[in-house]
Design a protein around this ligand. Structure first.
Ligand SMILES: CC(=O)N[C@H](C=O)[C@@H](O)[C@H](O)[C@H](O)CO
Ligand SMILES: CC(=O)C(=O)O
Length: 309
């Protein structure tokens, strides 16, 4: 049993929860947290891409994590993504995260300006220093952040004892293996999370300890089952379920609306969890998108009947 085992498993990325006026709803944050506890997932990844973090204020992000912790404390591993595009606000969120007792904080690199690696490591270390008793997770998502985690930047970050994991959302699964082996060469234990949900089986096969994903939330049971199949070495069955999951994700992505708007409609339809829409400039649902969401919701139900029996 390792101290980091609490990070090994299925960790859904938490969706932004709004009321009917589009304001962050603490009550709905609590309801979504309870939904995840009931599903039996390992933890939640809050205020990340799926949390629409870059469209929210510092105060809103504090409100969200406070409401998650009110329900999740002692029941889920909680990772809070705290990156804002400036060090000051990120540091404030890191401090606040430690004060409410999260397990880990996470951060993307600063976006827009292409900063040198010494500025990125200084940014991450300043954030981590503001939460001196909290684990730190590097979030590598080059296709959206515009900056990739290189092996030299990774090596620099390994000097920080609180850096215990990388959430790897780059497309080459090989990156997972590179971070995993370099992490284990530098530390007693190190975790790599699979990012792209469509490659979960491949990511786990090459060394990921578990995954953090934006589509787990609409089908947590299917990802829990997928993880079990991987652990049992059932490659054939795992691939079959992965393909079924991918068809659902492709359906979700086929809408004109933003994928998270579709995800929220699936949750309303299948699970009676209402967390509102998405915040502009993300696109909300039009009639045709609602139909796509309902088709995806049916596909989730059918896959559960087929694979969880
Ligand atoms: C680019 C991106 O947002 N990646 C997410 C996190 O890694 C994934 O969980 C995707 O949301 C998911 O794989 C659907 O494409
Ligand atoms: C999708 C994901 O992992 C995120 O919300 O950051």
């Amino acid at each position: 049993m390792s101290r980091l085992d609490k990070y090994r498993g299925i960790i859904p990325a938490f969706y932004a929860c709004y009321d009917e006026e589009g304001n962050v709803s603490g009550e709905r944050v609590q309801a979504l947290t309870q939904y995840f506890i009931d599903k039996g997932v390992k933890g939640v990844y809050v205020n990340g891409s799926s949390g629409e973090c870059i469209y929210q204020s510092v105060e809103e992000r504090k409100l969200i994590i406070e409401n998650v912790m009110a329900v999740a404390k002692g029941k889920l591993t909680v990772i809070n993504h705290v990156a804002c595009n400036n060090t000051k606000d990120s540091v404030e969120l890191a401090k606040h995260s430690e004060s409410v007792g999260v397990d880990a904080i996470a951060s993307i690199p600063p976006i827009y300006f292409r900063l040198p690696e010494y500025s990125i490591s200084a940014y991450w270390n300043a954030i981590s220093d503001a939460a001196p008793n909290t684990d730190f997770v590097i979030y590598n998502i080059p296709q959206l952040a515009g900056t990739a985690l290189t092996m030299s930047l990774f090596a620099e970050m390994m000097k920080n004892p609180r850096v215990i994991a990388v959430k790897n959302s780059s497309m080459p699964t090989q990156d997972i293996q590179m971070f995993k082996s370099a992490g284990l060469a530098a530390k007693d234990d190190f975790v790599v999370f699979n990012g792209p949900d469509e490659q979960f089986v491949a990511g786990r096969a090459i060394g990921a300890d578990g995954g953090i994903g934006g589509t787990y939330g609409v089908m947590p049971e299917l990802f829990l089952k997928l993880n079990e199949l991987v652990e049992a070495g059932e490659k054939g069955q795992a691939c079959e379920l992965q393909y079924a999951i991918n068809e659902i994700i492709y359906k979700m992505c086929s809408s004109r609306a933003n994928m998270y708007a579709v995800a929220k409609e699936i949750l309303r339809t299948n699970d009676n969890v209402n967390i509102g829409g998405v915040r502009e400039p993300l696109e909300n649902l039009q009639e045709a998108d609602v139909m796509i969401a309902h088709e995806a919701a049916e596909m989730v139900k059918a896959a559960k009947e087929r694979y969880l029996a």
